[in-house]
Design a protein around this ligand. Structure first.
Ligand code: FDA
Length: 584
């Protein structure tokens, strides 16, 4: 009999969100159990672009090196190529994911980590190992059916799919990380805004040696613009590299009004050959599957003791590569809060900040990904592909842009502008890293929000303004090069100060003792400080005077700061931390 199972946190779903939550909770010493409906993890490599925000979560988990060993590196992601087919005419490229020389520095300055490409089929086993090896319990073939909650906890009713036996699992808190068709979110009745299933898309996973078409213009995404590519889907055909240059995923739209798509292998090969533009290339189909383009997010992520994360609460197309990234970062936001409440360090009110902080992120990324779809039609228009249904005429219109006439000049201008606009899909560093939280778990220092001096979607603006991500600078710590973001994490708050800030130490010790948590203080400054500000980057970046202080939350966001040493540091720090932890 399997009844009588109980745990502190029950996690439904073993995708990027659920596994990251388990790995983090386990690192923080919180008992947790993951259930997954199926017998194993993702069987197709859906997510791949892995941004620096996510890499910092993996770094905190101590698995960044393992992830990098599995990844295709930033350099290989350099070009997004727009073409008629892989073998056919190329219309242009966008240097992407920080590979443009003018953007490379932005990415390097922003984080100790590198953006990279990790297919979901590699990421999930890595997260699974991080979870299970730290004590997270994982139960496959176990389907969530329904839940009841009361003042003391949650009872989930689940089915063992091997024996068909149903049994309850009791937990103090529950996480619904069960994907875009989330039964947990539905049962909670989380309010959703937007629309599902706007169009249909198919994934064709295949093996083929495409080296001769791609090695000279390395990329993870080749966008194929052909007249049929505008039916359904994401607005263009895609040939996506899974592993260079033999394993691929073709993405192609289909018309959902014609009912469920049944694709034979022969039909799949035909589509792949059409995208390659050469039907002599040997192609082996591994699998085919379908998915829909969604534009929906929840305006509340939790109810009572149940919290939803990942695609369960933000559903959008893969453009901009934000889905799995945001899912993992949802987990990073919630896990330390659950741990603090379960350890008795925080009041349950802290958990309210999860929804308050992450709903605006959901709105931003769902809108960004859907807006990126809208940026494809101008490329088709500029090429003349929308002006006629006659393929011969379309060829003529496409060729017309190569002339010297004013019309040709205008056509080139429109095409170049439209392709350049795709920076809003491939270089949105600000969307990836620029989130600033406003909630009860952030204490204002009374200063106004710093202005964005560059485009906030394209550029990340580092600041220590409370609610922002802790800026990265390189420091020397005990003879080792470390990032400022390495000083915190691991589930702990940390207080950063500098020369003249010694009184913060006694204050932190007293506050930590009173609130029942460790509150390390790290002084950053000249040689002899805890961390040596070797390049003086912290000096210019800290945003406070040297004797001021910055309270960094366990998720490496700034919770509070004091510009200078105050008269009663213990009181000031205690008030800020008590507010963040909902202890007042
Ligand atoms: P996910 O759907 O991955 O996992 C849900 C889990 O819940 C699964 O383990 C499932 O078995 C389980 N489950 C469901 N119902 C259950 C039940 N009743 N009981 C128990 N278990 C249940 N993202 C990104 O960041 N970068 C990218 O480059 C891309 N690229 C990309 C390309 C393509 C083609 C697609 C389709 C998608 C992407 N994505 C992406 C998006 C990414 O794949 C997606 O956002 C994440 O998988 C979401 O992770 P979750 O953990 O939230 O759900």
């Amino acid at each position: 009999m399997a009844d009588g199972i109980s745990t502190d946190v029950l996690i439904v779903g073993a995708g990027p969100a659920g596994l990251a939550a388990s790995a983090l909770l386990s690192m923080y010493g919180i008992e947790n159990l993951v259930i997954n409906k199926y017998g194993w993890l993702a069987n197709t490599p859906r997510a791949h672009i892995t941004n620096q925000g996510t890499m910092q979560v993996l770094r905190d988990l101590g698995i960044e090196d393992r992830a990098m060993a599995l990844a295709s590196k930033q350099k290989l992601m350099a070009n997004n190529v727009f073409c008629h087919s892989l073998a056919g005419e190329e219309f242009g490229r966008v240097l992407s994911w920080g590979n443009h020389p003018a953007r490379k520095a932005d990415y390097e300055l922003a984080s100790p980590t590198e953006i990279c490409d990790i297919p979901q089929t590699y990421m999930e086993p890595l997260l699974l190992e991080a979870a299970a090896s730290r004590g997270g319990k994982i139960r496959f073939n176990t389907e969530f059916l329904r839940l009841d909650q009361d003042d003391g906890g949650v009872t989930a009713h689940v089915r063992d799919r091997l024996s068909s036996q149903e049994f309850p699992i009791r937990a103090r808190y529950m996480i619904g990380a069960d994907g875009a068709r989330s039964a947990v979110a539905e049962q909670l009745g989380l309010p959703m805004t937007g629309q599902m299933a706007l169009s249909g898309s198919m994934n064709i996973l295949f093996d083929a040696d495409l080296t001769k078409f791609v090695a000279h213009r390395p990329s993870v995404l080749y966008w194929v613009l052909q007249p049929g590519a505008r039916t359904g889907g994401i607005g263009a055909g895609v040939v996506r590299m899974v592993r260079p240059w033999n394993e691929w995923l073709a993405i192609w739209g289909y018309d959902t009004s014609k009912g469920e798509l049944k694709l034979t292998d022969d039909e799949a090969v035909k589509i792949v050959h059409q995208l390659i533009g050469d039907d002599t290339i040997p192609v082996t189909i591994r699998s085919t599957s379908t998915w829909t383009v969604n534009n929906m997010w929840a305006t509340e992520f939790s109810k009572g003791r149940v919290f939803c994360m990942g695609d369960a609460v933000h559903r959008h197309p893969p453009l901009n590569g934000l889905g799995s990234n945001t899912s993992i970062q949802d987990a990073y936001n919630l896990a330390w809060k659950l741990a603090a409440v379960l350890k008795g360090q925080a009041g349950p009110g802290l958990l309210d900040s999860y929804s308050v902080e992450r709903v605006p992120v959901a709105e931003t990324i769902v809108s960004r990904a859907n807006n990126s779809i809208k940026d494809y039609p101008p490329i088709f228009d500029a090429l003349g592909m929308t002006a006629s249904d006659d393929p011969v005429r379309v060829e003529e219109l496409m060729a017309a842009r190569k002339g010297a006439s004013d019309d040709a000049k205008a056509q080139r201008r429109a095409l170049n502008d439209a392709i350049r606009r795709k920076n809003y899909e491939f270089n949105t560093h600000g969307v990836e890293l620029g989130t600033r939280y406003a909630s009860g778990a952030v204490v204002s220092d009374g200063t106004p929000e710093p202005e964005f001096i560059r485009d906030p979607e394209l550029y990340y603006h580092p600041t220590t303004w409370p609610g922002a991500r802790l800026p990265h600078v390189w420091l020397d710590h005990g003879g080792k090069r470390v990032s400022s973001v390495d000083l915190g994490g691991k589930g702990r708050f940390v207080l950063l100060t500098g020369p003249g800030g010694e009184d913060w130490r006694a204050a932190a010790a007293a506050v930590g003792k009173k609130l029942g948590l460790d509150l390390p203080v790290v002084s950053i400054g000249p040689d002899g400080s805890d961390a040596h500000d070797i390049y003086a980057d912290w000096y210019y970046q800290s945003g406070v005077q040297e004797d001021g202080a910055i309270l960094v939350r366990p998720d490496n966001y700034v919770g509070w700061r004091a510009d200078v040493m105050v008269e009663a540091p213990e009181q000031a720090l205690g008030a800020a931390l008590s507010q963040i932890l909902a202890r007042q």
